[in-house]
Ligand binder design. Sequence first.
Ligand code: NAD
Length: 477
Amino acid sequence: MSTQEMIDRVKREMEDKYGNGFKSKEVVDSGSSYINETRLGCYERVEDAISAAKESQKQLMELSMFKRKEIIAAMRKSSIDNAEKLAIMAQEETGFGRVADKIIKNVLAAEKTPGTEDLQSQAFTGDDGMTLIELAPFGVIGSITPSTNPSSTVINNSISMVAAGNGVVYNPHPGAKNVCLETIAILNKAISDVGGPKELLTAPNQPTMDTSKVIMTHKDIRMLAVTGGEAVVEIAMKSGKKCIAAGPGNPPVIVDETANIKKAASDIVKGSGFDNNVLCIAEKEAFVVNSVFNELVSEMVKNGAYELKRHEIDIVTKEVFTKNKKGETVVNRKYVGKCASEILKACNISVHSDIRLIIAEVNDSHPFINIEMLMPVFGMVRVYSIDEAIEKAVIAEKGYHHTAIMHSENVTNLTKAARALDTTIFVKNAPSYAGLGIEGEGFTTLTIATPTGEGLTSARSFTRIRRCTLSGGFRIV
Ligand code: NAD
C-alpha cells in the first residue's frame, strides 16, 4: 500500500469513526499500554535525561548501519501502530486540531521522513590520492518542540536525528508534554526491542522554561533544533550552540484570473482547514484578483467555508484577538486550533452545516491578514492585478521565507510570485499540505528551518560534514 493510499484509508476510517473534532477516552485507554509513571527515557531531572541520551548515543555508535536501518524501520512501525492513539492524546491534551488530521500527520511523519538512505558519502580521487566526505552525528541534540504538532514532530525529528546517529533530549511544550513523553517512550521501546540502545530519546518529566535553559546551555548538548514562535527561536539562536530553528510563518495564497477556480476553492478550504489551521505551512490569508474573487468565495462556501457578513467580521475580530501587556493586538489563545463551528458559536453566529473554515473579505491591514492566527479564520483581500497580489502577499509573509501557495495556470505569474516571495515551500495548484508530501511528491518534515536556512530538514541536516584524506594512494585507476 502506498503512503497516499494508507493516509486515505486512515482518513476515511477516522472520519467515519470520529467525525468532526472527535475526542474519545476509550481508544486512548485501550491502547495505553505504556501510560504509566516511568516512561522509558523520561526523567525527573533534565541533567539525568541528558546523561542517559549521551550514554545511549555512544552505544548507537557501536552498532552497524544495518542495525540502524532496522531501528528506523521499527520506529516507523511503532509510530504507525500508535498513530491513532497519539492523535487522540494530542487533541485531548492541547485542545487543538482534529483527530483525523493528526493521525495523518503521525502516519506521514512515520512513512515519509527519510532514514539512513539520506546520508550519502562522497569520494574524490586524483593524482594525489583519495578524499572521503562522510556525514557524522553531532552527538546529543536538544530539541524543543511545539504544541501544535506534538507527536508528529517527535516522530519526525526522532527518525531524522537517530538515522543520522544522534541521541535526542526533548523539551516538549508543557501543554503537550504527556503526548510527547508517550511518543518518546513508544519509540524507545521500539528501538530497544530490535536491539538498539534503551534511551536514545529522553526528556524531563516536567518540561519548563528552566529545563529548556539547561538544555540550551549544557556542555553535552552539541546542537539545538528548536520549533516554535519568534520568542523561542530568538533565544535559541543566541545560545551560542549550533542551532536549527524552525520558526513561524504566515503563508499567503495568491489566486489569479487563470486559475481553475473550483479546484482552487476546494484546495484552499482543505489546506487551510486541515487540523484547524495549526500547521505552520497552512494557508493563512489570500490575495485574489477581482475578476475571480466572487466566484472563488462562492465555490469555497460550497466546499464547507462560511463567509462572514460585514457586521460579523467585527464580532469575530473582537472575539479571536486580545491585547498583550504592550497594548498590541495578539491572538486569543483560547481559539487556537479550535473548530470553525466552535468559534462561530462563541460569537453567537449560528450555522446549519459542518463548517471547515471561516472566511471574510477584509483589507490588507486587517489582523486576519497580518497575524499568524493558527485557527480556521481566513482573511481574503481583493486585488486588481497580479502585481498587487504579489506585493501584498510579500508584506503579509513578513519575510519569514516560510511557505506560500498559488493557484494559476500562467507560468509567468507563478514564476514571478515564487521569485518575489522567496519562500522555502512554494505550492502550486494544490492544498498547502502538498508541500509536506500529502497529495504531493517528495519526503516530509515537520521541522522547516527558515530562520537558520536549512529549510526542509532530514537526517543529513543533523550531521557534521567530516573529511578523511589519504595522500598518494588507494586509487584503482
Ligand atoms: P511556542 O513558541 O509557544 O512554543 C514552542 C516551544 O518553545 C515550546 O516547547 C515552548 O515551551 C518553547 N518556548 C516558548 N517560549 C519559550 C521561551 N521564552 N524560552 C524557552 N522555551 C520557550 O509555539 P507553539 O504555539 O507551541 O507552536 C506554534 C508556533 O510554532 C507557530 O508560530 C508555528 O508557525 C511554529 N511552528 C513552526 C514550524 C516549522 O517547521 N517552521 C513547525 C511547527 C510550528
